[in-house]
Design a protein around this ligand. Sequence first.
Ligand code: FES
Ligand code: FES
Length: 157
Amino acid sequence: MTRISVKVDGTTYEDEVEPRLLLVHYLRDRLGLTGTPVGCDTSNCGTCTVDLDGVSVKSCSVLAVQTDGCAVTTVQGLAQGGELTALQRAFHERHALQCGYCTPGMLMAARDLLKENPRPTAGEVRHALEGNLCRCTGYQNIVRAVLAAASDEEVPA
Ligand code: FES
Ligand code: FES
């Protein structure tokens, strides 16, 4: 077992973990943060995307031990005080989800894009989200929601 200290969604955790434990399983099974789903076994789907020290990563491709001393933000750390972020509101109001399974990863990947490029084109949104798969929406409303959040369009509460 290896000792780690990691801040997740603003809370610091000190834990003993097996070196082979994946970050996504640490988040879900140890910390109970099941808002980050597992959608594949092959690092293809992007549902497990989280922010690791400011960089968007697929948490099924990262070992928990690699996060020692790091800060992780999951989809559950986005809303503050019960207030959704503009991006979350845009997903809701633009119907950018159906079953919702891909949504945590889409939100985290889109958030990463908007940090780097606050005014992306539709093509840039599609390019940024190409590592995230959705089986339901056909992607159109997801792209629209990201563009709406980026353009500060009024997103009804
Ligand atoms: S569960 Fe991580 S990419 Fe699919
Ligand atoms: S909303 Fe169902 S997989 Fe994307």
